[in-house]
Design a protein around this ligand. Sequence first.
Ligand code: ADP
Ligand code: ASP
Ligand code: MG
Length: 472
Amino acid sequence: MGKVKFFHICALNLSPLLRQLSDGEGQGAEVKKLNMKVYKFGGTSVGSPDNMRMVMKIITDGEQKLVVLSAMSGTTNSLLQISGAIASGEKENAAGIASQLEKKYEKVVSELYANEVSRQKAMAVVYEVFGLIRSFFDIPYTEKTEKVIVAQGELISTQLFTLLMVEAGFSTVLLPALDFMRVDDERAAYLPAIRTLLAELMGSSPEVDYYITQGFICRNPQGEIDNLERGGSDYTASLIGAAINSEEIQIWTDIDGFHNNDPRYVDHTRKIDQLSFLEAAELAYFGAKILHPQTVLPARVQNIPVRLKNTMNPSDSGTLITTESDGTGIKAVAAKDGITAIKIRSARMLMAYGFLKRVFEIFEKYKTPIDMISTSEVAVSLTIDNTKFLDQISEELLAFGEVEVDRDMSIICIVGDIITEETGFASRVFNALDGIPIRMISYGGSRFNISVLVPTAHKKSTLQTLSDKLLN
Ligand code: ADP
Ligand code: ASP
Ligand code: MG
């Protein structure tokens, strides 16, 4: 057996945005520096009339702000079901889900407003949205159908909320995200355009205390409706924060901040008061659902603090994410599912140079990012989460030797400011993982993280044992 080398590929495949930001591309446009905070409220935060009223109470503190809203909780899933049913020709199923969802909105409208005029305006919004959704039942399904249907969740929540604010007498304007959020051909956010278009839109809108906009939705270079992928409203907020050079971005959700482990799978998790941008980015990329993986970068590049807060408990200070890392040691773990491991065993690797380059070129050709990699003298293992081109990639890799594919794996990412020699970090981690079938390890790529690959069936027990032995 040759000497085993481990290394970690930078997982954050965000270079187009980073390049735009660091080049200052687009900054030539006349941009007013706005000392305005950006607040984002997620699905649960706007998920009922009571919660919407709570959001109104939180934001109306007299300070001017820009507020990004998600769709009401459950809506995006239902819209995707409707679109899926249309795609598979199940029109009755689509109609049934649409009617149920429409009823939910009728109830929301009947409970949300104080007066009849607002109620009627809101009902008109609901009927228009559902009329549009139904118009797709009888025309051929295309990729655009799903994008337009799924956008309706944010379009409806922001209109209902704006009507609530106006009814309550607050000076409020709805800024349509479709007029300024842009992605490029690769569906990467295009900050220069966002910056310019948002500045124009705000410049031509009346100056108000509260600007409301939709998270998640955007337009692509063809001008079609598109989105920033699931959970993308967080990303909208940080892009807007970077575009207006905001003093702070606040992400309001249904938990009191970033926890040291995934509360959906592990008992007794604890809130973390402070994280660095790098730590938060690693955790978000490796599965901490509280933040969309791309959220950190725009804030980090412009050094805008990000605060995570709980809509249900606004007085809690939440988690603050800044440049600084607070102390050393292990801070948190997260898990990313849906990982596929690929092992390439090849005698041609032995003593050869240029081998890895040729392997990587295949992944590059199929635009498939690699998350983890470990090598020995005769084999290389790597992981991907996008399996769209797995068959083609495997086929081409066969030219090098044997190829073995393991699906249903999870990356467990352990994050902290780890000064290896001082803490004996690695031995503590390996002791904690005693008995867990580890398929790969990545350590040493940065001082912030160690990742292990385990079968997803062992994810929960791995997270729990790390909590029990390392974090508590
Ligand atoms: P929103 O709809 O407000 O965007 P999300 O459901 O996307 O909210 O994110 C919040 C949820 O993320 C929490 O309710 C929690 O279950 C989950 N979560 C996963 N990992 C973590 C973590 N490390 N810290 C806090 N919450 C986490
Ligand atoms: N509504 C979208 C979703 O459910 C975006 C978001 O909530 O961030 O994925
Ligand atoms: Mg979310």
